[in-house]
Design a protein around this ligand. Structure first.
Ligand code: BGC
Length: 798
């Protein structure tokens, strides 16, 4: 049912002028900003008045004096980045491939900082002119895969390794992790994001930040906030209720800010309820700093927003990548009294407090030699941990090493390590699934393998399929045009089904920044050739009494309901990073027992997605506004509340062993005071060692506020349990964890009534429950009244 949202108050609608923009393979950059990065002759000739007894930046105590000593011109330059290499004729940084840098003021001891992208690995250029040394970095599993581990320790280890590469390659801050919500499976950048659930997103991001920052380099959580699509991302106005914002879209950021103190937050490209996020004081000052107590600095996304002065006022401290034109505007605004100088001083202080923690400030001598071999092992382990076994009827997996395998599908050779765009990684190699299985000792059908190899080599030599540097430049990895699936002749499959013990089909997808995915064959839907391959291979192997497994090497859900019954096993390998093939072999062979669980729902059909009708906005041909009508009912919150059965539900994933979850208990009795301890016993009831994820959901009573059927409130993962071994897991929940957001009260409230804690192995597989009561409505936390929508719209309600 859709209910009308009565807007609370109509704040003045700002009028926006759209600047002409340059479309770069789906990526929009603002021409005006790009051009104005070239310093004018006048600026180049300007001289700075140098104080003779200038103070020096030494520590936190020196910051105020340093700011006092800065000239207005220096201030206006310092809050704006130094530009993006490759734009406006700007040459590369010394760390080639770094995408941003800050303005240094040597006379005051302020160094220049360098920023480079993540999140699946540090993205820098692997080669530098005139040098023989390589600068490859590790391509770790994509965020969606990491979230599927449900294991914050694994994610922290990835952060630690990634942060070490940041430090050793001479970068100060990583532009990652990214934690936007999987509102809709078609978002081209979902691979960079963790989950449809804010608790998972927040906990994973916090673990990543803690890992990265343990190296003494900074992490940046992005894109703040409600940037959940690529279509018209630079101009789209996201319209969303305050409750959905606080409970779904802001929640993960709130967790990450409070639990990991990221050095920086990157505001997003989009508008939020009418205002660019980078120009919203409500978001960047009131919510981020006043409500949450954030003390780092905020930077824009690259070329984001349209008004540097508003950005300064909002406390978007630094404008990236920055142009001389923006500094000029800020300087003039101060001189003409449009903005007080103390606004700049405040923003500069936010940045300098971070500057004094950077490797550059501490004069760290980077080695350019991170331990890539060790990091590859960390990546491989995480990749295997994140794989989700979706189906395994009668246990075709694991496959013993004496079995002969025929691999089908182009992706066995062209295995996808991760997505494209700024989140791509220039790794030295990607281990293909074919190579991974071979090196694990499997005998692969060589005839079929050779046919695939020849087919791929032939197509790749043709112009239209040639692998080239990304259209955004070499730093952004490679552009790999999709090639059609190799057609399979009936006799080829028949022969293979006789000669080998099992058929393994690999299906691959890629997507990336700048473009959303489509509900089309070859993208969200399987292509005819893929459907054919699945049907024919299954039919022939089954005729021989043999099994067929599918490996999904994808960055986000694809349609599975239409074909899954034909095959015996499905292993969701995600895009597992550079060690892809090794990690797949670890799971296929049983060296690693799969323990990943979906952190994003696989819908039965696309139209079952709560946002299917509103994504990516209106008007359909060129959206300017996207209304989040589904409100708080994102992902499993929608499926479970409105009884929409998914293909594979949130939290789902099989193992080669069996687990029992029992003894679900609440320790503090039946009446809620201010905290709650939940415990559950996990027992490995099967024969193989393995790990189980325990998911703690809560069903809250409908009061003044209606509640989703269930919401994830805590999760944990056992250590590796041997057969029949048990482990007791405990979870602490407080009132805030259990509260809902009341827009009228501007508060997190715990409404009175009976609450049910449901502990399960997935959102549809609850193993035990316990109830407690809340006697009276409790105001758990008051927050500021900001960010309400400025238009009326329909909201989904029970
Ligand atoms: C992306 C950011 C990225 C930045 C710098 C933007 O296009 O949205 O995530 O950090 O570019 O490469």
């Amino acid at each position: 049912m859709l209910k009308r949202l009565r807007k609370k108050k109509r704040s003045k609608l700002l009028a926006f002028t759209l600047t002409s923009s340059l479309l770069l393979s789906g990526l929009t950059f603002d021409i005006a900003s790009a051009q104005s990065q070239i310093p004018s002759t006048q600026q180049q000739n300007q001289t700075t008045t140098v104080q003779t007894t200038a103070p020096y930046l030494t520590d936190a105590a020196s910051i105020d004096k340093v700011i006092q000593a800065m000239t207005l011109e220096e201030k206006a330059k310092f809050v704006v980045g130094v530009g993006m290499p490759g734009f406006g004729g700007m040459p590369p940084f010394e760390v080639t491939g770094a995408v941003g840098g800050t303005f240094g003021i040597p006379r005051l001891g302020i160094p220049e900082l360098r920023f480079a992208d993540g999140p699946a690995g540090l993205r820098i250029r692997p080669t530098r002119p005139g040098q023989t040394q390589n600068y490859y970095t590790t391509a770790f599993p994509i965020a969606t895969s990491l979230a599927s581990t449900w294991d914050t320790e694994t994610v922290e280890a990835i952060g630690k390794a990634q942060g070490n590469e940041v430090k050793e390659y001479g970068v100060d801050m990583l532009l990652a992790p990214a934690l936007n919500i999987h509102r809709n499976p078609l978002n081209g950048r979902n691979f960079e994001y963790y989950s449809e659930d804010p608790l998972i997103a927040g906990k994973m991001a916090a673990a990543m930040v803690n890992g990265v920052q343990s190296n003494g380099v900074g992490a940046t959580i992005k894109h703040f906030v409600a940037n959940n699509q690529e279509t018209n991302r630079n101009s789209i106005d996201t319209v969303v209720s305050e409750r959905a914002l606080r409970e779904i879209y802001l929640k993960g950021f709130e967790i990450a800010v409070k639990e990991s103190h990221p050095w920086s937050v990157m505001s997003s490209y989009n508008k939020l309820n009418g205002t660019y996020t980078s120009q919203s004081a409500d978001l960047l000052t009131t919510v981020l700093r006043k409500d949450w107590g954030y003390t780092g600095f905020v930077m824009t996304d690259w070329f984001g927003g349209d008004n540097p002065v508003e950005q300064m006022k909002a406390q978007n401290d630094m404008i990236m990548p920055g142009s001389a034109g923006q500094s000029d505007l800020i300087k003039v605004a101060v001189s003409s009294g449009k903005i007080e100088e103390k606004v700049l001083d405040r923003n500069i202080k936010n940045i300098l407090q971070i500057v004094i923690q950077t490797p550059e400030f501490k004069k760290y001598q980077n080695s350019d030699k991170p331990d890539l071999a060790a990091h590859a092992q960390t990546a491989r382990k995480a990749a295997a941990e994140g794989m989700v076994l979706l189906k395994n009827d009668n246990m075709p997996l694991p496959i013993s090493k004496d079995k002969k395998i025929t691999l089908f599908g182009n992706t066995q050779i062209e295995t996808v390590k991760g997505g494209t765009g700024s989140g791509d990684v220039n790794a030295a190699y990607t281990i293909s699934i074919a190579d991974g299985l071979k090196s694990a000792g499997y005998q692969l059908n060589q005839t079929v393998f050779q046919e695939y190899k020849t087919y791929i080599d032939t197509l790749r030599s043709q112009d239209q399929y040639k692998i080239k540097p990304s259209p955004w430049g070499e730093d952004f990895g490679k552009s790999i045009p999709a090639i059609p699936e190799k057609p399979l002749a009936d006799n080829e499959i028949a022969a293979a089904s006789k000669e080998t013990d099992i058929g393994v089909i690999v299906i691959g997808r890629n997507s990336g920044e700048g473009v959303d995915r489509k509900v089309e064959k070859g993208d969200y839907l399987l292509s005819d050739a893929e459907q054919d391959m699945i049907s024919k291979v299954s039919a022939q192997y089954h005729k021989q009494g043999k099994k067929v497994a599918v490996i999904l090497n994808i960055g986000g859900p694809v349609e599975v309901a239409g074909w899954r019954d034909k095959v015996d096993s499905i292993l969701l390998a995600w895009q597992p990073g550079q060690e892809a093939g090794y990690a797949v072999a670890d799971v296929i062979s049983g060296k690693v027992n799969p323990s990943g669980k979906l952190a994003t729902t696989f819908p039965e059909k696309y139209s079952d997605v709560a946002s299917a009708n509103s994504f990516p906005g209106t008007p359909a041909n060129n959206p300017t506004q996207v209304i989040y009508n589904e409100d708080i009912y994102v992902g499993y919150r929608y499926n479970t509340t409105f009884n929409v059965k998914p293909a594979y539900e949130f939290g789902y994933g099989l193992s080669y062993t069996d687990f029992d979850i029992s003894h679900v208990n609440i320790s503090e009795g039946k009446k809620f005071k201010d905290t709650l301890k939940v415990s559950a016993m996990v027992e490995n009831t099967g024969e193989l060692p393995g790990r189980e994820v325990v998911q703690v959901y809560v069903s809250a009573p409908d009061g003044k506020l209606e509640k989703p059927s269930i919401e994830l409130k805590a999760f944990g993962k056992t250590k590796e349990l041997k057969a029949h071994q048990r482990e007791l897991l405990q979870f602490d929940l407080n009132a805030k964890d259990l509260a809902s957001f009341d827009e009228e009260k501007n508060a997190w409230v715990l409404e009175k009534g009976t609450y049910t804690i449901k502990v399960g192995a997935s959102s549809d597989d609850i193993k035990g429950a316990a109830t407690f009561t809340v006697d009276r409505d409790m105001i758990v936390e008051k927050v500021n009244d900001v960010l309400s929508p400025t238009v009326d719209f329909e909201r989904l309600a029970k």
